[in-house]
Design a protein around this ligand. Sequence first.
Ligand SMILES: Cc1cc2nc3c(=O)[nH]c(=O)nc-3n(C[C@H](O)[C@H](O)[C@H](O)COP(=O)(O)OP(=O)(O)OC[C@H]3O[C@@H](n4cnc5c(N)ncnc54)[C@H](O)[C@@H]3O)c2cc1C
Length: 395
Amino acid sequence: MTDYTTFRGEVRAFLDEALTPDLRRAGLLTTSVFSDFGAALKWHKKLHRQGWVAPDWPEEFGGPGWDIQQRYIFQEECKLANAPSLVMMGIQMLGPMLMHYGTAAQKEFYLPRMLSGEHIWCQGYSEPGAGSDLAALKTTARREDDVYVVTGTKIWTSMAQHANQIFCLVRTDKDVKPQAGISFLLIDLDIPGITVTPIVSLDGKVEQCQVFFDEVRVPASHLVSKENDGWSVAKFLLEFERGGHNFTIDVKKQLKKIRHQAAITPWGTGHRGEDPVFQHRLAEAEIDAIALEQTELRIKGAVEAGGNPGALSSLVKVVGTELGQRLNELAIDVVGPAAGPMSLEALEPGYSGPMVVPEHALTTMAEYINNRASTIYGGTAEIQRTIIARKVLGL
Ligand SMILES: Cc1cc2nc3c(=O)[nH]c(=O)nc-3n(C[C@H](O)[C@H](O)[C@H](O)COP(=O)(O)OP(=O)(O)OC[C@H]3O[C@@H](n4cnc5c(N)ncnc54)[C@H](O)[C@@H]3O)c2cc1C
């Protein structure tokens, strides 16, 4: 029987030592799901040396062999200690899918490189005109002897500017129903014919790109599963994208930050934490956070018992992201005018120049703006509500 208190102590001891001030600063200044890339890669490599970079993977593929509770504790401690976030498309999404669908050669080649950080993956699903309606995708792959020739474009590809690999859904048959003509390809981003164009977001940062493919020749051995079986592979992978996140941990961190911001923001002769209107809004959010945590625990219980989270993961995605956005609004309200100016350079971990925005409000506006996207990516809130209506409520 695992002693979780001892385990938490071990994790804390490791984090105390391994999280150097520059890494903690990068974690503290994270305003989206991605931290500064250099810091994320450094942290990835440290976790790899410790054997902890892929907490969810089975031991036979290089995971630490933790149960679900240990994995939760690890994630929680990392978040609260301000560890940088890792680029997760490889380890969290592609890895578990390859363990299931990959050939022996694909597993042997790709999995160790994901663990070591040699391969950084991005996800090439969405296209202009194929987001919620993903099966409408048009990027084509034409088979010629032992290669697929890929032409088309992918958009909103997170971290493509740093990645060296992309997993893509491509159309291999136009004459069947849309879902039946899709295949799943693993593509090296360094091969000829690929252009990556950055997209500048509302917060002034680049986290997404558009990727163009012009007659790109991909070895046929990079096909996952069978030709035209890509829809099943894609859906299997999406379960790891949607089910792999613990929203409660993010929300707990946001709540901790807001309580601190309120405690140091003047209000009348006291501080904002004494404002009954603020206290009411905070209490409402805290109650919702408890309900969210209970639902996430139900999912964990189901998974531990060998089940599948199913449509419950749509429920926590909607509630978790919308609660996160409410807390962003509350944080803006608490810090007041200090949230106004957005100081992009001061959000760089190595910045040491003059500060326009006070430290306690430094990330508030950028977090608010960036997090508007959380109810879009990973399946929009409207689409999740339809899933809940159909599969949870039976409407
Ligand atoms: C920050 C960010 C990061 C992303 N990262 C990636 C990535 O790394 N890789 C990747 O492949 N994609 C990525 N995406 C793309 C993301 O998956 C899509 O944006 C998402 O699926 C929505 O598709 P869309 O943008 O085409 O919007 P649309 O599907 O055109 O939707 C527009 C609006 O219509 C609504 N709508 C659409 N269909 C329905 C319906 N049937 N019923 C009710 N309402 C509907 C939607 O909810 C939305 O409000 C990212 C997106 C963002 C914003």
